[in-house]
Design a protein around this ligand. Structure first.
Ligand code: SAM
Length: 259
C-alpha cells in the first residue's frame, strides 16, 4: 500500500514502538467478549493487537483514506469501521459496559473527554494516550499547580490513574511533547454528586475563570454565606476539593441563585 502522509489537522502521530503498543494492550487487557471501541485507529498500531484479542472491534476514524485502508486489511465481520468525527458520535449506540481505547488526536482531547462524560454511565473504562501535561491536569489534587477546571470536571465523574509515559520517539512523526497513558474508570452510581449538574459546571467554570483571585471576589455577583457553605472566605478556586465544589453548587441551587 502507498505510504500515508500524516495529516496534522487530524493530529496524526502514529505509534511505531512495539513495546509501547504491547504495554497499552496489556493495560487494557481485553477479554474476548468485551465491547471495545477504538477512537482514531490510524494505521492500526493498536487496532491489530486489539483485534487479535476480541471477537469484534468497533473503530471510529475521521480520515477517509485511513478508513479505506482499514477496510482492506480487516474483515467486516470482526471490525466495524465508523467513518465519523468522534466528537459527534453517540456512544450510547454501542450498548453498555463499554471499553474505550485511543491514542487520541491531541488537538481535540479536551472536547472529546467532555463529550465522553455524557456517556460515562455506559462505560466500564477508558484508556487514552494524551499529552502528558493534560493527564497531569486531569489527575492533579487541590493546591497543585496543575489543578483546575479539567481536574474537577473529570474527577467528579471518574477515578483516574496516570499509568506510564511515552516518549516522542515512539511515534512517527514524533510529536513535540511527551505523551502518557491514563486509565479512567467511571465512579459508581452512589458517587457524591451535585443536585444540579448544570449548577456544578457553571460554578466550577466561573470559579476557575480567575483561579488566583479569592472566590468571594470572583463570585461576587452571588450572595454567598461562606460560613454556611463551610468554605473559608479567603479561599481560591485552586484550593477547593471536588466535595467543596459540590457543596457550593448545592448551596447556590438551594438559594435559587442557580438552577
Ligand atoms: N491509533 C493510531 C496510532 O496509535 O498509531 C493513530 C493515532 S493518531 C494520534 C490519531 C488518530 O485519530 C488518527 O488516525 C486521526 O485520523 C484520528 N482522528 C483525528 N481526529 C478525529 C476525530 N475527530 N474523530 C475520529 N478520529 C479522529
Amino acid at each position: 500500500m502507498a505510504v500515508h502522509q500524516a495529516r496534522k489537522r487530524f493530529g496524526q502521530n502514529f505509534l511505531t514502538d512495539e513495546s509501547v503498543i504491547e504495554s497499552i494492550v496489556r493495560a487494557v487487557n481485553p477479554a474476548r467478549d468485551d465491547t471495545v471501541i477504538e477512537i482514531g485507529p490510524g494505521l492500526s498500531a493498536l487496532t491489530g493487537p486489539l483485534h487479535d484479542r476480541v471477537e469484534h472491534l468497533d473503530v471510529i476514524e475521521i480520515d477517509r483514506d485511513l478508513a479505506a485502508r482499514l477496510r482492506k486489511r480487516f474483515a467486516p465481520e470482526r471490525l466495524t469501521i465508523h467513518e465519523a468525527d468522534a466528537l459527534k458520535v453517540d456512544f450510547s449506540a454501542f450498548g453498555s459496559d463499554l471499553r474505550i481505547v485511543g491514542n487520541l488526536p491531541y488537538n481535540i482531547s479536551s472536547p472529546l473527554l467532555f463529550h465522553l462524560v455524557s456517556f460515562a454511565d455506559r462505560v466500564r473504562d477508558q484508556h487514552f494516550m494524551l499529552q502528558k501535561e493534560v493527564i497531569a491536569r486531569m489527575v492533579a489534587a487541590p493546591g497543585q499547580s496543575d489543578y483546575g477546571r479539567l481536574s474537577v470536571m473529570l474527577q467528579v465523574r471518574y477515578d483516574m490513574q496516570h499509568l506510564f509515559d511515552v516518549p516522542p520517539e515512539a511515534f512517527d512523526p514524533p510529536p513535540k511533547v511527551t505523551s502518557a497513558i491514563v486509565r479512567m474508570v467511571p465512579l459508581p452510581q452512589n458517587r457524591a454528586r451535585a443536585k444540579s449538574e448544570q449548577a456544578f459546571f457553571h460554578v466550577v467554570a466561573k470559579a476557575f475563570s480567575q483561579r488566583r483571585k479569592m472566590l468571594r471576589r470572583v463570585l461576587a455577583d452571588w450572595q454567598i454565606d461562606w460560613a454556611q457553605v463551610d468554605i473559608q472566605e479567603t479561599a481560591r478556586a485552586e484550593s477547593l476539593s471536588v466535595a467543596d465544589f459540590i457543596r457550593l453548587a448545592d448551596y447556590l441551587t438551594d438559594q435559587g441563585i442557580l438552577a
